[in-house]
Design a protein around this ligand. Structure first.
Ligand code: CO
Length: 217
């Protein structure tokens, strides 16, 4: 499929096929979505969440950005998170990175890329926390891929550091948080970390003690 018209043509064919297989497919989804999963993934075109997990429309709520980051000042991410947790009440949140991630590779250089420096800065912080472990590895590929695994874990922890998650852990005993890395070489996802409701964080300073009070954010 090489041109824009191709996208629309394929869309029509897909819509037709879905109705053939299941005449009520679209009608059922028109008024309600009840996904069990929130996916926070990289924008990379080679990692399409629903395709690699064989999920259908209505099953995953999705947020994607460069290098699957959970940044505490990102209103876009936080709005998606709040809606997914408070309204949709998703059971699982998955942060999924991928080996060979260009965003992580770029963050490991000292090259200036312009505006995106501001975003990559968050990954450089993860590098700084784990520099010793990363630099012990022999090759550049190994270093990048280790940072990709560590970055996914840090982003899961970043989720757990939001009052949105901590409050939901108290009131709904959920969601469960997961850090995964997708391998472009074989298409297989490799789980890295699971955080269950009420899990201890890496430092108690991040655990809010007044979540009974109804405050925004
Ligand atoms: Co990427």
């Amino acid at each position: 499929m090489e041109n824009l018209e191709g996208l629309l043509r394929e869309n029509k064919a897909w819509a037709r096929k879905m109705v053939e297989q299941d005449p009520e497919f679209f009608e059922r989804l028109v008024n309600v979505q009840q996904p069990e999963f929130l996916w926070i993934g990289c924008s990379d075109s080679r990692v399409p969440p629903d395709q690699i997990t064989q999920t259908r429309p209505g099953q995953i709520f999705i947020h994607r950005n460069i290098a699957n980051m959970v940044v505490h000042t990102d209103l876009n991410l936080l709005s998606v998170l709040q809606y997914a947790v408070d309204i949709l009440k998703v059971k699982h949140i998955i942060v999924c990175g991928h080996y060979g991630c260009g965003g992580v590779k770029a963050a490991m250089t000292r090259h200036s890329f312009g505006l995106i420096n501001k975003w990559l800065r968050n990954i450089k912080d993860v590098y700084r926390y784990h520099q010793e472990e990363i630099e012990e590895l022999a090759t550049d590929d190994e270093k990048v891929n280790r940072l990709i695994e560590l970055n996914v874990k840090e982003q899961v922890l970043n989720l757990a550091k939001t009052s949105i998650i901590q409050k939901s852990w108290i009131t709904h005993k959920g969601p469960h948080l997961h850090g995964w890395v997708y391998d472009l070489h074989d298409g297989v996802i490799r789980p890295q970390l699971d955080l269950h409701p009420g899990a201890k964080l890496d430092h108690p300073i991040f655990e809010y003690d007044n979540l009974d009070e109804d405050q925004p954010g």
